[in-house]
Design a protein around this ligand. Structure first.
Ligand SMILES: *Cc1c(COP(=O)(O)O)cnc(C)c1O
Length: 490
């Protein structure tokens, strides 16, 4: 996807000749190359510099060191984007970016000053072909071959064939609760740290969410605390596999069995994740996935609902289509909804499913590289795999130590100013006035509060290794700066 040259494609060593440099410039298409000596930047050479040198009588086999311009401009890695843009306006075509040891870590040009996105959909497989097929054939609504194909491919991948494609992940949660008969008077245990959808879905059906704190390591619901939140009105629990890390499903299922609770797994962020070698979504009575644009696979908007019991899928299928009887047209057995997925969405989904394994492996590769880069950085906690799990690392999310938490928003702003798009962890539900009525009394949610000081780093499957290094150097420098500030203040 990224046709912009990598750092390696921009560099020659100090032993190179003018001929070598011209070859590199010819291939990188940037009109210049960098001269590197053991990773240290020692010069910048443009095609114009070489042309002038040849006219002055230098030979193609002369060393680049005879020509290189040592008054070149370079900028330190945490230079704000605005300053970089200002320099580029001074007719400097290309600016190398260096770290404190003067090691080349990146470069910018007028057409490309590095913006590293948090996440980006990858749509360069068969997406266009299948969508075009929908349009040419006229099957653009919710009938057509792709919806069934998508449900089938998805079911095979996850290992549960009771799948139902719906218009988004939030309605999948609503439909799960309605199908399982949860309603007014019922309590449903939900994690305090989550994207809002599962809590809202409980409120849609007139039931009462009960907010329970999460675990520090997995960031998912704390089962010990959930035990204490069970009352005689508790009907269900919704574990959320946050950022791709599976919840403690042994704990969830034991609790559910003991108190006869229904389990609805929110797997929106966990496609590809496994708990004890089983894909998430196979433990609960129901499970949902989301295909919003930033999820591991996308259909633009979209969702999938899965049930353990195939009877439920028949009921949910009716509810998805206004509650209409399968046998009798325009005869309604339930007050239903229109929660159907379109053939166009499903066409994208089929193309995405062709590459899902590649996407998940890439997310794990990203996590591995972040870990290598960040493991010696003080005052941050890295995500990992806690228990017998396989994490699909939807977003690589680090947590700042408490001493730095007051600087979290400034660190986020500085990262964004440096072209590194990051985002804060979700707000704990209990702090928002609309959800504070669902607090467990006497509970202060210390873990959710402290994890909320987290930052999700760029986790796009398109991210390159040098982008990861750049994210890490910018972050490392900022953390040092803020740590010093904190020490000065105290
Ligand atoms: C994305 C997400 C959903 C569902 O989102 P939709 O945008 O409605 O598809 C539900 N739960 C969690 C935890 C999510 O991250």
């Amino acid at each position: 996807m990224n046709k912009f040259p990598s750092l390696e494609q921009m560099a020659v060593t100090s032993e190179a000749t003018l001929r070598d440099a011209l070859n590199v410039i010819d291939l990188n298409g940037q009109g210049a190359c960098f001269i590197i000596d053991k990773d240290t930047l020692i010069g910048v050479l443009s095609d114009g510099d070489i042309r002038r040198a040849l006219l002055e009588g230098k030979l193609m086999d002369s060393s680049v060191l005879q020509v290189s311009n040592d008054s070149f401009v370079s900028l330190p890695i945490n230079t704000p984007l605005k300053e970089i843009q200002k320099k580029l306006k001074e007719y400097i075509r290309i600016i190398p970016i260096v770290n404190k040891e003067n090691k080349l870590v990146d470069f910018v040009t007028a057409s490309h000053y590095h913006h590293i996105p948090l996440t980006q959909p990858v749509l360069d497989g068969n997406e266009l072909e299948y969508v075009t097929d929908c349009i040419l054939s006229g099957w653009i609504s919710s009938q057509g071959k792709y919806v069934g194909q998508f449900e089938e491919l998805f079911g095979k991948y996850v290992g549960n064939e009771n799948t139902l494609a719906v218009s988004n992940g939030t309605v999948a949660l609503h439909l799960a609760l309605v199908t399982l008969g949860i309603g007014p008077g019922d309590e449903v245990i939900v994690p305090d740290l989550t994207f809002v959808a599962p809590v809202n879905a409980v409120l849609y059906v007139g039931a009462t969410p009960v907010l329970v704190d999460v675990e520090r390591d997995t960031m998912a619901i704390d089962i010990e605390l959930a035990k204490h939140a069970v009352t005689d009105r508790t009907r269900a629990i919704i574990p959320v596999h946050l950022y791709g890390h599976p919840a403690d499903m042994t704990g969830v299922m034991d609790l559910a069995e003991k108190h006869n609770l229904l389990v609805i797994e929110d797997c929106a962020e966990a496609l590809g994740s496994k708990y004890k070698e089983t894909h998430v979504g196979n433990f609960g009575d129901a499970a949902i996935f989301s295909f919003f644009g930033n999820k591991t696979i996308t259909t633009g908007e979209g969702g999938m609902l899965l049930f353990k019991n195939s009877k439920n899928i028949e009921k949910a299928r009716m509810l998805r289509d206004h509650g209409m009887s399968k046998e009798r047209k325009y005869w309604y057995e339930y007050v239903g909804y229109n929660y159907r997925m379109t053939n166009i969405q499903a066409a994208i989904g089929v193309a995405q499913m062709e590459r899902v394994s590649e996407f998940v492996l890439r997310k794990r590769w990203i996590a591995e590289h972040y870990k290598q880069c960040l493991s010696d950085v003080k005052n941050i906690t890295l995500p990992g795999e806690f228990g017998e799990v396989y994490n699909s690392y939807w977003f690589y999310t680090i947590v700042l130590a408490n001493g730095l938490s007051s600087s979290r928003d400034s660190i986020i702003n500085d990262l964004i100013e440096n072209g590194v798009e990051v985002r804060p962890v979700f707000n704990p539900m209990h702090i928002m006035p609309v959800y504070s009525p669902y607090r467990v009394s006497g509970e202060n949610y210390p873990v959710a509060n402290s994890l909320a000081q987290g930052i999700s780093l760029p986790s796009s499957v398109t991210i390159t290794e040098s982008d990861i290094h750049r994210v890490c150097s910018v972050l490392r420098n900022l953390l040092e700066k803020y740590q010093l500030d904190t020490i000065h203040l105290s």
